[in-house]
Design a protein around this ligand. Structure first.
Ligand code: SAH
Length: 275
């Protein structure tokens, strides 16, 4: 998973190398994700950047384009990659990825079933948190895109398996620790999730519309789940410039609602869903 990389230099940073993707940020804050190819060049509004001038630099170096405009070259974070990587389906935004990891308590060694996989943004976050991820995705082209996105950032992983299949038709895996659903009708997967999850396991669904959440919440009550919770996350960035320090004018006001519930031992669902 963490493929062969050059050894750290005395500053503890690995030098940027051919074959990896770097984030180039220009003086106006525009960001570009570029795969470094020997002899390659990258054309932007701010001029041409020759890859050979980036290969071998320390992470965080500043360089000049042919126009003399300055760029910073950085190894991208998971959030940078999610926002820039090729998408089939709409990705889950970083603010929600972070919240999902904690809400579904995703950690090392846990077995997670994820459906649908889409572009693989959530897969990336859960794999990086150390989980074993089994993905179900109905669209073969999306499944392929997700696997390519994961491999490009994390390398080939034995902890990641994607199957082209419909989660509403059933879940073959058993004894799962978590089931994470990002698809339009998660309630149709509840009977399968109930069987596939170990007791005490967590189900999480990510939904854009509150009417979907209402349908899910009422289905959860009758499906052997308890301690259901729904939340949304609002993230407001700030503008800092001389004496103008204030919230940014624009924000992403809505993405999706997170709903979690615990899989209870049979017969105890009624008690615990009374919150
Ligand atoms: N969480 C993903 C985005 C998922 S978009 C990410 O972060 O990148 C929703 C995905 O669910 C789509 O790719 C769609 O094809 C898939 N999907 C919809 N219904 C499904 C089903 N019944 N079984 C499996 N996948 C499904």
């Amino acid at each position: 998973m963490d493929g062969a990389r050059p050894s750290p230099d005395r500053h503890g940073a690995r030098r940027l190398q051919a074959g990896e993707r770097v984030l180039l940020v220009d003086q106006r804050g525009r960001r570009y994700l570029v795969e470094l190819v020997p002899g390659g060049s990258f054309h932007t509004h701010s001029g041409i950047v020759h890859h050979d001038g980036v290969i071998g630099l320390l992470d965080g170096s500043t360089l000049s384009a042919t126009t003399g405009r300055r760029f910073v070259a950085l190894r991208p974070t998971l959030a940078d990659v999610v926002l820039k990587m090729p998408r089939g389906a709409q990705v889950i935004y970083p603010k929600d990825l972070g919240a999902i990891l904690l809400a579904a308590d995703v950690g090392p060694g846990l077995r997670v079933l994820e459906a649908g996989v889409g572009s693989g943004a959530l897969s990336l976050a859960m794999l990086r948190a150390g989980a074993e991820v089994i993905g179900y995705e109905v669209r073969a082209d999306f499944a392929k895109q997700a696997q390519a996105n994961v491999a490009a950032f994390l390398g080939e992983s034995t902890r990641y398996r994607v199957e082209v299949r419909d989660v509403y038709q059933g879940i073959s895996d058993e004894g799962l620790d978590r089931v994470v659903l990002d698809l339009p009708e998660p309630w149709r997967a509840l009977p399968h999730a109930r069987t596939a999850l170990r007791s005490g396991g967590i189900l999480l669904a990510y939904l854009p519309s509150i009417s979907q959440v209402a349908t899910l919440r009422s289905a959860l009550e009758h499906a052997g789940f308890g301690l259901a919770e729904t939340s949304e996350l609002l993230r407001r960035t700030w503008h800092f410039e001389a004496r103008s320090v204030r919230p940014d004018h624009r924000m992403v006001a809505h993405t999706g609602f997170l709903t979690t519930a615990r899989r209870l031992v049979a017969g105890e669902a009624q008690l615990s869903s009374a919150r």
